[in-house]
Design a protein around this ligand. Structure first.
Ligand SMILES: [Zn+2]
Ligand SMILES: [Zn+2]
Length: 273
């Protein structure tokens, strides 16, 4: 089967130093047929750490590299838009820079009008009470729906990613079961609006130890008739290219999915699992 990694970062992202050439070589070595460089566009900090110059430079580099490989591996031009709903001008500007192959929408920063707001990655969840964690997760899922309604994205990235920190880094053992209505609403929304669900594999061999989202949510997505899946390693280094893809494909097949998708020119193209 062919593998496509639709979520990676290279040195054009503020939190990666991986040259795109190294990412391409690593993906090729892992038998990947194509990957997308989806550099960060964190709209809240757009001028400080993510900016249009880097996004455009990434796309031009990917375009050039794609030509150089002559089809041995495809390199798609992408963008990961975080918090577009909180800074729509920055989002619109970033989207106008290039004719992207894939636009993925994500939530890294949680805006909570009734409590703590902040980036998941920068937050010390050890000092949160159970009640505060519940409130944070509630706000996180509310932000997710707001993101989907306000970001013209092809793919919804890493649903449940907040747990990478809350459970993975801080061992708080929170369960999203109580929020199943909100998760169901999100799944129904993406199905109704033709937005793909990303199976993000970045947590599989970390302290978190699972996919974002996990099997329970993937099964729920299938129950609702969802089929539009992508795979994303969210690799920021060459070593993490396509990490956990074989396990992810095995799980998807076990659940009963038969295909997943990659994107080119913002069109979903199916691959057999
Ligand atoms: Zn992300
Ligand atoms: Zn990412």
């Amino acid at each position: 089967m062919k593998l496509y990694d639709m979520h990676t970062h290279t040195a054009f992202s503020h939190d990666s130093v991986c040259p795109m050439e190294e990412m391409a070589e690593a993906q090729l070595a892992k038998g990947v047929s194509g990957f997308a460089a989806t550099e960060h566009c964190d709209c809240l900090t757009f001028s400080r750490c993510d900016n249009g110059n880097a996004l455009l430079a990434s796309c031009l580099a990917a375009e050039q590299l794609d030509k150089e490989y002559g089809g041995a591996i495809r390199i798609f031009r992408g963008i990961e838009i975080g918090e577009g709903f909180l800074a729509p001008e920055n989002m619109r500007h970033a989207l106008s820079l290039y004719d992207y192959d894939i636009v993925i929408g994500s939530v890294h920063y949680v805006h909570n009008p009734n409590g703590y707001s902040g980036y998941c990655a920068d937050t010390d969840f050890s000092v949160f009470s159970h009640e505060e964690l519940m409130q944070f997760l509630d706000a996180y899922l509310n932000n997710f729906m707001l993101m989907l309604k306000n970001t013209p994205c092809d793919v919804m990235a890493h649903l449940t990613y907040a747990l990478r920190y809350i459970n993975g880094k801080y061992g708080r053992n929170m369960d999203l079961c109580v929020f199943s209505d909100k998760i169901d609403d999100i799944l129904r929304y993406i199905i109704d609006h033709g937005i793909a669900l990303e199976v993000n594999t970045s947590g599989i061999d970390t302290a978190y130890g699972d996919f974002f989202p996990d099997e329970r949510i993937l099964r729920r997505y299938q129950d609702f008739g969802g089929t539009l899946l992508t795979l994303g390693s969210d690799a920021h280094t060459a070593e993490r290219a396509a990490v956990g893809f074989r396990r992810a494909c095995a799980l998807l097949k076990q659940i009963g999915f038969t295909q997943y998708y990659y994107f080119e020119k913002r069109r979903a193209i199916s691959c057999d699992l």
